[in-house]
Design a binder for this molecule. Structure first.
Ligand code: MG
Length: 340
């Protein structure tokens, strides 16, 4: 009788401990996988791929905000949250205007907008591209260095942050202008942050990615930007991109749009599909241009849509409807896996 009691007691203790233990493991898993960045962690570059913290190839897909000085309303936690919850973005690009009334004229105001978006992405657990949105950055080296020094000091220890140090250079030489500019800014960032991804601009609106072949930047976790607009840039640009990828160069599509190159004009669905297939085939991460209600093809919102979140399908432009459907289709599996 005594031994039965002891057996039952042991059994109760065993069941109690196992339940507790398994609850503990589940809690831990849930906590670890609650957000995108909890799940994937610190990013790194290996060959032409971006890897997550566990060493698996990762593809990030999301939206770019419009120039901060012209569409500041969307630089809010409310918009970021909507783009995660409803659009399933795993990455947001905060495009900080530099010239034309941007950072050079109002550094504090523009910094505030960018830090609001970074803070929101950290809180909500997605990746964020901090974009020096400039076409003449080599003329603004000192300002770029100041800005990225501050950003990397404040945020370099968060795995969420990706630096984009030059949006779209014009017709400038990689070897003589863009590479030296990039190395200069990278040195500033790397003093504060040894490891987060840095995206550098490539010649001719970030299209001539093959120009960097044989003359890469000697630093870790550097990606090279490729930009395109599907109504203008076609097979010839995919061939250029493929040439770079075959040379083991990691490309990051920090901006692409469904319009023609000027942000307006037609939407070419067939060409968009070719680009979408190409990006998936090559594991390329991207941000789509842009979150705005400006009356132009690439904006995701109709001009009559003034809300900064909560958009229903009738408030989206044609590009907006296509992009929302595509992001939900491509990224839902990632978000579903967070609650498993
Ligand atoms: Mg870091």
């Amino acid at each position: 009788m005594k031994s039965i009691k002891i057996t039952i007691l042991y059994l109760i203790i065993f069941v109690f401990l196992s339940c507790n233990n398994s609850d503990g493991i589940n809690d831990q898993d849930n906590n670890q996988n609650k957000t995108v960045v909890n799940k994937f962690g610190q990013l790194s570059i290996d060959g032409s791929n971006i890897l997550d913290e566990s060493g698996n190839v990762i593809v990030l897909r999301g939206m770019s905000l419009f120039w901060s000085q012209w569409a500041p309303n969307y630089f809010t936690e409310e918009t970021v949250k909507w783009l995660i919850d409803d659009w399933k973005c795993t990455i947001i690009r905060a495009a900080m205007g530099v010239e034309n009334g941007g950072y050079l004229d109002n550094p504090n105001t523009e910094y505030e907008k960018i830090s609001t978006v970074i803070d929101a992405c950290i809180k909500l657990g997605i990746y964020v591209v901090v974009d020096w949105h400039d076409h003449n950055a080599e003329d603004h080296l000192e300002s770029a260095n100041d800005f990225f020094d501050k950003i990397s000091k404040s945020y370099g220890h968060y795995p969420n942050v990706i630096y984009e140090i030059y949006n779209e250079p014009l017709d400038e030489s990689w070897n003589n202008v863009l590479k030296p500019y990039s190395e200069n800014v990278i040195n500033v960032i790397r003093k504060n942050d040894p490891d987060n991804l840095i995206i550098v601009g490539t010649p001719n609106w970030s299209q001539d990615v093959d120009d960097v072949i044989g003359n890469l930047i000697d630093s870790n976790n550097i990606a090279y930007s490729l930009h395109f607009y599907t109504g203008t840039h076609r097979e010839w640009l995919r061939e250029k991109a493929n040439k770079a990828i075959l040379a083991n160069i990691p490309l990051f599509i920090s901006e692409w749009g469904l319009s023609e190159a000027d942000g307006n004009g037609i939407i070419d669905i067939a060409e968009t599909n070719l680009w979408a297939d190409f990006m998936e085939l090559k594991n390329l991460s991207w941000c789509n241009w842009s979150v705005n209600n400006k009356d132009e093809t690439s904006s995701i919102l109709l001009p009559t849509t003034t809300a900064i979140s909560g958009w229903n399908d009738n408030e989206l432009s044609e590009a907006g409807k296509i992009m929302k459907d595509y992001l939900v289709k491509m990224n839902s599996e990632i978000f579903d896996s967070l609650s498993e």
